[in-house]
Design a protein around this ligand. Structure first.
Ligand SMILES: C[S@@+](CC[C@H](N)C(=O)[O-])C[C@H]1O[C@@H](n2cnc3c(N)ncnc32)[C@H](O)[C@@H]1O
Length: 287
């Protein structure tokens, strides 16, 4: 019964929300005129992204892809920066991001082991949910999917474990999309990408429902240790972006609320602040 309810909810929700998501998100007056995104082009792009997320096995929501698309389309072309994806699986989100990269003339850098997840570190609390090799998408499979449904010519692939490939990153990044599951992978990605993020740049993360996981973006110790600054915070922390979902949380209780699902993706920017600084008895620690 619960399964049937879930299925019914899933299909009704999608049928109702997809047209709203596409029009609401892509009908932004801030989309830069250079990209000549007529209403028809926006609707077509949104619909293709929705289809891609069904025809390529996907671990992320198309509404999250649309939210990133919006931010990329809103950025003027003279702002430098590549788009970067960490964690591609079969290439669903990469195919969608490649389509918007093609429109705006930016490169999509795709980082993945192409062997699935690494062995979990015992200190990584997310590692208990996965095993080595989960979410494996072989390189040929990924490139075939992107060639078929996206724009392979804008993609540059970096094959290997993040701790081996990300240190060689040497270009400005406008938007990074992290869909990497493990705490260890999030840690290494943010550490290496943050210094390359442009001033108005974005880091999106798919994992946003777990309050421990997103705590990285609020951890004073982590930001002080690695970047000597206060934390930037995360829009969508604990719930994801509000893109048509119903969720009262917490994530661990979702079995009792079968019709609820957290939203999708959260993001931070270099210019943001997620720092509590009201200690009336102490001197300010703000930097
Ligand atoms: C959930 S999947 C990505 C899903 C994909 N973004 C989508 O929308 O379908 C997670 C991916 O992260 C990759 N990954 C996670 N940690 C990694 C690491 N430390 N080094 C390289 N790849 C890693 C895995 O290989 C896998 O492809």
């Amino acid at each position: 019964m619960v399964r049937l309810k879930r299925l019914l909810y899933f299909f009704t929700h999608f049928a109702l929300s997809v047209p709203f998501a596409i029009t609401f998100l892509l009908d932004s007056p801030r989309i830069h005129p250079t990209y000549k995104m007529t209403l028809w082009r926006k609707i077509t792009l949104g619909f293709i992204m929705f289809l891609n997320n069904i025809r390529i096995p996907s671990g992320s929501s198309f509404a999250g892809h649309l939210a990133m698309t919006l931010k990329i389309l809103e950025t003027p072309p003279d702002v430098k920066g590549d788009i970067l994806e960490c964690g591609t699986w079969k290439g669903a989100s990469a195919a969608n991001l490649s389509l918007v990269c093609k429109i705006v003339g930016r490169r999509l850098l795709v980082f993945d082991s192409f062997e699935g997840l690494p062995e979990g570190n015992p200190r990584d609390r997310e590692a208990r949910w996965y095993k080595k090799g989960d979410y494996k998408g072989a390189f040929d499979e990924v490139t075939t999917n992107i060639r078929k449904y996206g724009a392979l010519d804008v993609c540059e692939f970096h094959k290997g474990w993040f701790h081996e490939t990300l240190p060689s990153l040497n270009t400005p990044i406008l938007l990074a999309w992290l869909d990497v599951d493990l705490e260890a992978s999030l840690d290494i990605c943010v550490k290496h990408i943050w210094p390359h993020l442009t001033d108005g740049g974005y880091i999106f993360t798919d994992e946003c429902g777990g309050t421990d996981y997103v705590a990285l973006f609020y951890s004073e110790k982590w930001w002080q240790r690695h970047f000597g600054r206060t934390p930037p915070g995360l829009i969508g922390a604990g719930t994801g972006l509000c893109l048509g979902n119903y969720y009262v949380g917490p994530w661990s209780d979702r079995a009792d609320y079968p019709l609820q699902h957290a939203g999708t993706a959260g993001y931070t920017r270099k210019s943001m602040s997620g720092h509590w600084d009201y200690y009336p008895d102490e001197q300010s620690t703000k930097q």
